[in-house]
Ligand binder design. Structure first.
Ligand code: NAD
Ligand code: WQD
Length: 337
């Protein structure tokens, strides 16, 4: 059995659909700080199976001990954490507590219960800004410009030291690029509270008329059209990488790092153009100043994941937008309310 921390969130819920599809047994632990309980019902609808869920916090050591005692858990996929870059600058201690202290509490409880297989959600943000936008796992990490990214770097470094100290640990660190899209059923997807920070959820809200206009943060970057470039990856491709990583570490000891990205970058203007083409909706936008902390361009070098995990992204940008749009369309939104 696998424990999914944060399994009702955006990425965790998509991972749950894939685990269920592959007949893998799992249990979800989530404190619902950034997700809604109705995701559980939706997961049951998609999978056709009851889903085991515990409402609780990774910082609750007694609860974790009980959970590990009562369930035959062999591995943990650790998604739980706070992820809003801007908020992390306003509330650093909340981020250190939830992400770093929460992870330490989880790892301690795992060690105590002799569970040493872990897949951790990291981020390409740990690479910082590089002269070469194609990011490879062997590149050195850099101090991220925001507190959220800092928590990811700290946890990565702790995990590497943990694996050195004790060879029983088998750890997969997955560096996500920019996950977008939704489950093809349209039943689950990213559901940000309030005004979204990330590009695609914002674009979708502009296309539905919920927000008036998109600010394109900077058109003076040294890129072909002047706007910043990122590697957008379909969330279903991303979660497939977790299952492959879990499989890889089954009989290995140590700490392994893999990029999860498509290897292809798209600019903000290319995203808008593709969104309009796929959905037939206009996305009004205006050029705004650069956003503090943003880098010019990055995309994954996915070769290591391809060779070692036999994993690669399959969904095209058009499919990512189609699935996001299916999830965002007003009829689906009404169903959720
Ligand atoms: P999300 O906020 O949708 O999901 C996180 C889930 O964890 C939520 O359901 C939340 O309620 C839960 N949670 C938060 N703190 C908790 C705690 N202390 N105890 C128990 N549950 C808790 O975020 P997501 O986009 O699904 O991201 C999942 C993981 O991937 C996070 O660790 C995030 O930092 C990382 N990540 C996300 C992205 C991205 O762009 N979405 C990119 C890189 C890395
Ligand atoms: C993408 C591009 C913006 C919004 C962030 C985190 C990272 C990871 C993923 C993890 C940038 C531009 C955006 C808007 C815009 N998070 N943009 N107008 O910044 O690459 O990565 O999310 O949990 O750690 O830093 O993603 O979607 O915010 O931005 O022009 O309203 O879109 O400037 O170039 P980012 P993003």
């Amino acid at each position: 059995m696998i424990l999914l921390t944060g399994g009702l969130g955006y990425i965790g819920s998509h991972a749950a659909t894939l685990l269920a599809k592959q007949g893998l047994d799992f249990i979800i632990l989530d404190n619902l700080s950034n997700s809604k309980i109705d995701v559980l019902t939706r997961l049951e609808k998609i999978t056709g199976k009851p889903i085991q869920f515990i409402h609780g916090d990774i910082r609750d050591r007694a609860l974790l001990d009980q959970l590990f005692k009562n369930n035959p858990i062999q591995a943990v996929i650790h998604f739980a954490g706070l992820k809003a870059v801007g908020e992390s600058m306003e509330k650093p201690l909340e981020y250190f507590d939830c992400n770093i202290h929460g992870s330490i509490t989880l790892f301690e409880a795992m060690a105590e219960a002799s569970i040493h297989k872990l897949v951790f959600s990291s981020s390409a943000t740990v690479y910082g800004e590089n002269d070469n936008p194609e990011l490879v796992e062997t590149m050195p990490t850099a101090m991220p410009t925001n507190n959220y990214g800092y928590t990811k770097l700290v946890i990565e470094q702790m995990l590497e030291k943990l694996a050195i100290a004790n060879s029983r640990w088998s750890i997969a660190i997955l560096r996500y690029f920019n996950p977008i899209g939704a489950h093809p059923s349209g039943l689950i997807g990213e559901d940000p509270q309030g005004i979204p920070n990330n590009l695609l959820p914002f674009v979708a809200k502009v296309a539905t008329g919920e927000l008036p206009i998109l600010n394109v943060f900077g058109d003076d970057y040294p890129t072909p059209d002047g706007t910043a470039i990122r590697d957008y990856i379909h969330v279903m491709d991303l979660v497939d990488g977790h299952i492959k990583a879990l499989d890889y570490i089954q009989n290995k000891s140590g700490c392994f790092i893999w990029n999860l990205g498509t290897g292809k970058g798209s600019s903000v203007l290319e995203i808008i153009e593709n969104f309009e083409k796929v959905t037939g909706q206009k996305v009004p936008y205006q050029i705004a100043p650069r956003r503090a902390g943003d880098i010019t361009a990055c995309w994954a070098n996915p070769e290591k994941s391809k060779h070692e995990l036999d994993w690669q992204a399959h969904f095209s940008l058009e499919q990512m937008i189609e699935d996001l749009w299916r999830w965002t369309m007003p009829n689906k939104k009404e169903e959720r309310i």
